[in-house]
Every structure is written in structure tokens, then in C-alpha cells.
Write a protein that binds this ligand. Structure first.
Ligand SMILES: Nc1nc2c(ncn2[C@@H]2O[C@H](COP(=O)(O)OP(=O)(O)OP(=O)(O)O)[C@@H](O)[C@H]2O)c(=O)[nH]1
Ligand SMILES: [Mg+2]
Length: 313
């Protein structure tokens, strides 16, 4: 099948075409660029939600329940799950298989786990391209699931219009998230495992951190805190409504456009930066084996050496 055919099928909503395109993205197949160029114009209308939080808080369980609610409205849902911290996230993928298994046979649901190999556009780049392919295939709601609270997760999650940070009671998660700078990017907080005896404490802990942040930097959107249970689905309807409320807020305030512009700009810069980094390594490897030797021998300083490879082009 040539690219035009593949793109044609993708745009008609063919699941196998979608799976093939995402595999090309993952393999960094050179054909990806052409495919993306052809589909990009057809994207941009999905609701995108980033779901992030430490391992095991119940993200996949909540997502499974959310999917059901969206399916009840006949919306097509795609999940891109990413685990930047572990190169072999077999455990997580297996776990998701079980938790999301209700939806595996549903043609309106497309779930894809992305490995954390060094993508050309970084992890965030690869998952964004997968999301674009999903949108082009007619998916209405794209959910990014990222495990952990670190810079990589922030990058992936912030590609979404609405970021949900899931935390678990009794773990000190909120402090960890605060340190990692994840609190700032969250639009909605989800305290999962509401059955936990410390659930209420966790919510008030988050609220006080948010209040301090709000005093320092007042924003008309004060992130709501929703209590949920991933196992029973309690609170997930409220979570869905809260996500919708955030979306409406973004649209009405003009912030949706602003946010998407910033995020696309970030995408372009990080893609270019990744390429540039790769190229710098290649130049060093290929063209001037002596250059680094001179740095090692302290004959040439590192800044002058970097100027040399930078200007070589
Ligand atoms: N008690 C209780 N257990 C829950 C709840 N939600 C999820 N769990 C359990 O918590 C465990 C982890 O759930 P997952 O949904 O896989 O969590 P996750 O955040 O997706 O995990 P990773 O993707 O591995 O980071 C599972 O055993 C769930 O059954 C809840 O509200 N209460
Ligand atoms: Mg999970």
C-alpha cells in the first residue's frame, strides 16, 4: 500500500491504517513526514486530555471508566499511553491490557502504548504524532496517559488542552508533584482512591498548595479537585464534567487558541532541537575526529569546539 492509499484509509477512519501509521511514527520511518504533512490539515478538532500522575494511582482505571462515559455519547476515543521512566514497560502495558480490556473489542476505542525509545521528536513528539493520526482517523477524544511526575511527563501532558493530575492519598504525592513542577500545569486535580482513609486530607493538602499558588499568580481558573474511585467509577462523571467545564472556559476566554499556539510552537522548536542535537553528534562523529581529541588533551576548550561544529553547516 502506498502512502496516499494509507492516508486515504486513515482519513476514512480505518483502524488498521491508524495502527500502521502509528507504527511508522514509532519506528521513525522516513515516510512519517509525508504522512503527517498530508493529515495535519484534518486535525485540531478533538478534545485532548493529558492524564498524569505517579505509578499506580489509578490513571488507567479512571480512563477506562471515562472511556465508557464518552462511548455512551457515541464519541470515539483514543488513548496514547506513555511511560517515559521505564524502557520496558511490559508490566504497565499488561496492566493496561487488563484494565482497559472492556474496550478492546470496541471499534470506537483505540488504545496505543508508546515505548520510550529516543524518538526523533523526543517522547512528546512521538506521542503527539500518534495523537494527530488518531484525530485524522476521526477520533473525538484523545487521552494521553503518562506515568510519573517529571519533566518528560510534563512535556507530554502539556500537549493536551486539559491536564488532569491524578494523586493518591497518603503518599505525599502532592509534595513530589509540586517539586517537579507538575502542580503548575494541572488544570484539574483528581484525588483517586477516595475510599482511602486519608483521601480528604490529600484533597485539603492540594487545596492549600493551590491557594498559595493562586495568591502569587491569580488566574481566573482555579483548578477544581475531584474525588474519584477508579475501581467503582465513583466521581468519574463529575471528572468528565469538570474537564468539559475547563474546555468551555478555555474557549470562552480565548485561551484555547493561545494555549494551542504556544503548544505548537513548543512542538516545532523541540522537533528542530532534537534534529539539531542528533546532527551535532553526527558531525562530531563524522567530520572531525581530532576535534574532540584536542578537547580531551586540553588544547582546545569546549566552547570553541562547539562553535566549530555549530558553524560548520
Ligand atoms: N482501593 C482502590 N483501588 C483502586 C482505585 N482505583 C484504582 N485502584 C487500583 O489501583 C491499582 C492501580 O491502578 P491503575 O489504574 O493501573 O493505575 P495507573 O495509575 O494507571 O498505574 P500505572 O499506569 O502503572 O502508573 C489497580 O490495582 C487498581 O485496581 C480506587 O479508587 N480505590
Ligand atoms: Mg496505567
Amino acid at each position: 500500500m502506498n502512502n496516499n492509499e494509507l492516508v486515504g484509509r486513515l482519513l476514512s477512519g480505518d483502524r488498521r491504517a491508524l495502527a500502521r501509521v502509528i507504527s511508522k511514527v514509532e519506528r521513525e520511518d522516513p515516510e512519517t513526514a509525508e504522512i503527517v504533512a498530508q493529515i495535519y490539515g484534518e486535525t485540531g478538532s478533538a478534545l485532548t486530555v493529558g492524564f498524569t500522575g505517579p505509578p499506580g494511582v489509578g490513571k488507567s482505571s479512571i480512563i477506562a471508566k471515562l472511556i465508557k462515559l464518552y462511548r455512551d455519547e457515541d464519541k470515539r476515543v483514543g488513548v496514547v499511553s506513555v511511560d517515559p521512566s521505564s524502557p520496558f514497560s511490559k508490566g504497565a502495558i499488561l496492566g493496561d491490557r487488563i484494565r482497559l480490556s472492556d474496550h478492546f473489542l470496541d471499534p470506537g476505542v483505540f488504545i496505543r502504548s508508546m515505548g520510550s525509545r529516543g524518538h526523533l521528536g523526543g517522547l512528546a513528539g512521538g506521542s503527539r504524532l500518534a495523537a494527530l493520526a488518531m484525530e485524522a482517523a476521526g477520533i473525538d477524544v484523545v487521552i494521553y496517559e503518562t506515568v510519573g511526575v517529571g519533566q518528560g511527563e510534563v512535556e507530554v501532558a502539556s500537549a493536551a488542552d486539559t491536564v488532569v493530575l491524578a494523586l493518591q492519598p497518603g503518599t505525599g504525592d502532592s509534595v513530589q508533584a509540586l517539586k517537579a513542577g507538575v502542580m503548575e500545569i494541572a488544570d484539574v486535580f483528581c484525588i483517586n482512591k477516595a475510599d482511602h482513609p486519608k483521601a480528604k486530607n490529600a484533597a485539603s493538602e492540594v487545596r492549600s498548595i493551590l491557594e498559595i499558588g493562586h495568591e502569587l499568580d491569580p488566574d481566573p481558573w482555579f483548578p477544581p479537585i475531584v474525588m474519584t474511585r477508579g475501581d467503582t467509577g465513583m466521581g468519574v462523571e463529575e471528572l468528565k464534567q469538570t474537564i468539559q467545564k475547563h474546555r468551555s472556559y478555555l474557549e470562552e476566554s480565548g485561551k484555547l487558541a493561545e494555549r494551542r499556539r504556544a503548544s505548537l510552537r513548543e512542538f516545532v522548536v523541540s522537533w528542530a532541537t532534537n534534529r539539531l542535537e542528533k546532527e551535532m553528534h553526527e558531525r562530531l562523529d563524522r567530520e572531525d575526529t581530532e576535534l574532540m581529541e584536542r578537547v580531551y588533551d586540553r588544547e582546545l576548550d569546549p566552547i570553541s569546539a562547539s562553535e566549530r561544529i555549530f558553524k560548520e553547516a
